[in-house]
Ligand binder design. Structure first.
Ligand code: T3D
Length: 263
């Protein structure tokens, strides 16, 4: 039976995607990134309403597998990192950011380089208490990639982002929480159940409104106020036509909890 680089499981409306190269802290290779991209599509095809991204073993993800790129360097000596990004990383980052459901990074251990970038592309980050997070890129003479230069300053501000990228020192889960890099820190023995609860709650929510909200806030990053007001009008038109909106208004007026169906 072939070794799965990425495990895909569903529980109710929650898809869990587990990076599965624990011996190297789930470092990313081209085949793994392809499998991850496929798993994102699968969750949509399965009609899931929340996706959890996590790692097998003691790491979340150590970023690009450096042995894989060194093998490229041993060739003609002119590695094409642009092609690697465009062909393998960018589809995954876009896939997460445009997924038709909220995405939770369950950071079960160290996250470094593009591994941290993947976590930052998610909508939420829950970290185990002993997790360490490091940008890592400049330590090997690279710039932040896989979207980090966009996500990181939006989460922590430009000054902190600059410190994290240029100093590149590992940040503890508690410090990450304090600067806004993650949303929650959870004790090891409660990590799995907290992630399950958090994901189940999201999966029971107004999925279309979540996805439209993410898109609107992403677009607002570069929009003028006038453009943003146009975009919000279009998004609200769409949200206002969902069954979830209609039903939630009735539920409020009838003093009962809403039952969202994700449509
Ligand atoms: O196109 C492009 O732009 C390319 C894309 C680049 C994106 C990037 O992600 S660049 C950044 C790449 N990542 C790194 O530089 C991080 C390298 N790893 C580390 O700094 C450390 O491993 C960690 C801080 C993540 C964890 O440290 P620690 O002490 O907990 O674990 P360790 O002992 O260093 O690692 C455990 C094993 O995983 C070890 O293998 P071994 O000795 O047991 O056989 C180590 O070599 C391996 N490993 C860890 N990270 C990577 C890796 N192997 C390959 N690639 C890795 N990135």
């Amino acid at each position: 039976m072939p070794h799965d680089l990425v495990r895909y499981e569903t529980h109710g409306a929650v898809a869990t995607v587990t990076l599965n190269r624990p011996d190297v802290l789930n470092a990313l290779t081209r085949p793994l990134l392809t499998a991850l991209h496929d798993a994102l599509h699968r969750a949509e095809a399965d009609g899931c309403r929340c996706l959890v991204l996590t790692g097998e073993g003691r790491g979340f993800c150590a970023g690009q597998d450096l042995a894989e790129i060194r093998a490229d360097y041993d060739g003609d000596g002119s590695p094409d990192l642009e092609a690697l990004l465009r062909e393998f990383y960018h589809p995954v980052v876009r896939g997460i950011r445009r997924l038709g459901m909220p995405v939770v990074a369950a950071i079960n251990g160290v996250a470094a380089g593009a591994g941290l970038s993947l976590a930052l592309a998610c909508d939420f980050r829950i970290a185990i208490e002993n997790a360490r997070l490091t940008t890592a890129f400049t330590r090997i003479g690279l710039v932040p990639d896989a979207g980090m230069a966009w996500t990181l300053p939006r989460l922590v501000g430009v000054a902190q982002a600059n410190r994290l990228v240029m100093r590149s020192q590992p940040v503890s889960a508690d410090e990450a929480l304090a600067i806004g890099l993650i949303d929650e820190v959870v004790a090891g023995d409660q990590f799995g159940s907290r992630v399950d609860t958090f994901a189940s709650e999201l999966a029971a929510g107004p999925t279309r409104a979540f996805v439209l909200s993410r898109k609107l806030q992403d677009e607002a990053a570069t929009a003028t106020l006038d453009t943003l007001l146009d975009l919000e009008a279009g998004a609200q038109l769409e949200a206002g036509r969902t069954a979830d909106h209609r039903n939630a208004v009735s539920a409020f007026l009838e003093k009962r909890p809403p039952a969202f169906e994700g449509r």
